[in-house]
Design a protein around this ligand. Structure first.
Ligand code: XUL
Ligand code: CO
Length: 487
């Protein structure tokens, strides 16, 4: 190229040269003209068209695995999707998903202050055109992260209309675009209906004291099941944010719980009717926004499902921040779900030890992640469930790249948890401690007890024969030492 310019320069005067350069510039513009871009972090406003198809994150590369020594914030250091851990690829253990609501509808608003995020693709409206543009940005985000699952509420992907028919039409239009953008690789981990923002749901949806609201909620869930099925979703979640009460003085709790069960029965019937084979899940949470939410924790929810004969139709979506709000660890909730055959999927996030509410932070605690993965491995994985980042940026994090960094950090933490848990399992010392602790039950009489064949008379005879038993140390500190050594 340089040689070419050099020869031309000898033959041309300055004006001719300038003309040539201008022409070349025009030609190169025509040849390499790309769809308009919407650069991140430059404060630009994108084109107004909802059909705008430019690149939303031109300065963000496709996120790759670079290994633990990498200092690149836009690279995975521990999540190596194709690497096998305990006979399964990391991507198949972890099955990551991005939550549409936090990542693309979160504005940073809190009860004391306005939103802080000024994403360049947002135009300040809640129009269908804006929803479609946002959906394009979302899928570019997923593709750049290399994540192939997503979770959504009906009303965060498309705006409410003036009537139910209009809301459904809005949803259909946005969902049709999402279906195209999903291609063959991406599918919803789960969909759900948002039954908590609109004032009509102030007393709940399925547990509202108003019949009209019960019917409206049913219609909304019906449609959300249909679109989740249409998009190839693998699960459907019920989070009953307002299915609870503020005071028992005005609440017929028995009637509300009966209504909730009838509502869920109808959802099961409709799921079968439309041929949706995805798993239905309940996401426990003790309170917030209600003072008392009926799906308090895994054990309460399991009891509800058993009482109403729904135990075989549902599993649980365990959220770590909800677990701590109910006074448990995430590990406890996962184990409770697992031993009841109810471990379905996980909302991977964490709270703050000093703050008493649902802060929905990305999980970054290695000990916590390792315990979570111990449960998941014991369960043989959680497919068709996965790890959905029900987590949001802090209000003070306002760069577009923070959206990427937060997910990369969350994914790497879970990946480290998986690696650590695998180390502990392969090492076997923890399992050996547990085995030894219960080994007295491996005896003949122990087996009789576990088979339900040892009555009190038999046991009394044994107690007299053995006299006062020797009781071994629990070795908790040793267990903690072994656990820490894997982190
Ligand atoms: C709220 C929460 C929800 C559900 C889906 O605390 O976790 O976002 O995950 O409705
Ligand atoms: Co959640």
């Amino acid at each position: 190229m340089l040689q070419f310019f050099f020869e031309m320069k000898i033959r041309m005067n300055a004006e001719e040269m300038l003309l040539l350069l201008l022409c070349l510039n025009v030609v190169s513009f025509i040849v390499i003209a790309e769809p308009p871009t919407c650069p991140a972090n430059l404060g630009n406003v994108c084109s107004d068209s909802g059909e705008w198809e430019g690149e939303f994150f031109p300065v963000i590369p496709k996120i790759k695995y670079e290994g633990p020594s990498s200092k690149n914030p836009l690279a995975y250091k521990y999540y190596n999707s194709e690497e096998e851990i305990l006979g399964k690829k990391m991507k198949d253990w972890l099955r990551f998903s991005v939550a549409f609501w936090h990542t693309f509808r979160g504005t940073g608003v809190d009860i004391f202050g306005a939103g802080t995020k000024n994403w360049p693709w947002e135009d300040g409206t809640n129009s269908v055109a804006m929803s479609k543009r946002r959906m394009r940005a979302f899928f570019e985000f997923l593709n750049k992260l290399g994540v192939d699952k997503w979770c959504f509420h009906d009303r965060d992907i498309a705006p409410d209309g003036k009537t139910l028919e209009e809301s459904n039409a809005n949803l259909d239009e946005v969902v049709a675009l999402a279906k195209t953008l999903q291609g063959t690789r991406i599918r919803p981990l789960w969909g759900t209906a948002q039954l908590f923002v609109h004032p009509r749901y102030m007393h709940g949806g399925a547990t509202s004291s108003e019949l009209g609201v019960y019917a409206y909620a049913a219609a909304q869930v019906k449609k959300a099941l249909e679109v989740t099925h249409y998009l190839g979703g693998e699960n459907y979640v019920f989070w009953g944010g307002r299915e609870g009460y503020q005071t028992l003085l005005i609440t017929d709790m028995e009637r509300e719980l009966d209504h909730m069960a009838r509502f869920l029965e109808a959802a099961v019937a409709y799921k079968k009717k439309i041929g949706f084979n995805g798993t239905l899940l309940i996401e426990p949470k003790p309170q917030e926004p209600t003072k008392h939410q009926y799906d308090w924790d895994a054990a309460t929810t399991a009891n509800f499902l058993r009482k109403y004969g729904l135990i075989d139709e549902f599993k649980l979506n365990i959220e770590c921040n909800h677990a701590t709000l109910s006074g448990h660890t995430c590990h406890h909730e996962l184990e409770t779900a697992r031993i009841n055959g109810l471990l379905g999927t996980i909302d991977a996030n964490s709270g703050d030890p000093q703050i008493g509410w649902d802060t929905d932070q990305f999980l970054t605690d290695l000990g916590e992640a390792t315990m979570v993965m111990l449960s998941v491995i014991k369960n043989g994985g959680i497919a068709p469930g996965g790890f959905n980042f029900d987590a949001k940026l802090r209000r003070e994090s306002t760069d577009v790249e923070d959206l990427f960094i937060a997910h990369i950090g969350g994914m790497d933490t879970m990946a480290r948890g998986l690696r650590n848990a695998a180390k502990l399992i392969q090492d076997g010392s923890l399992a050996e401690l547990v085995r030894k602790r219960y080994e007295s039950f491996d005896s003949e009489i122990g087996a009789q007890i576990e088979a339900g064949k040892a009555d009190f008379e038999i046991l009394e005879k044994k107690a007299m024969e053995w006299s006062d038993p020797m009781v071994a140390s629990a070795k908790q500190e040793l267990a903690e030492m072994i656990f820490q050594s894997a982190l």
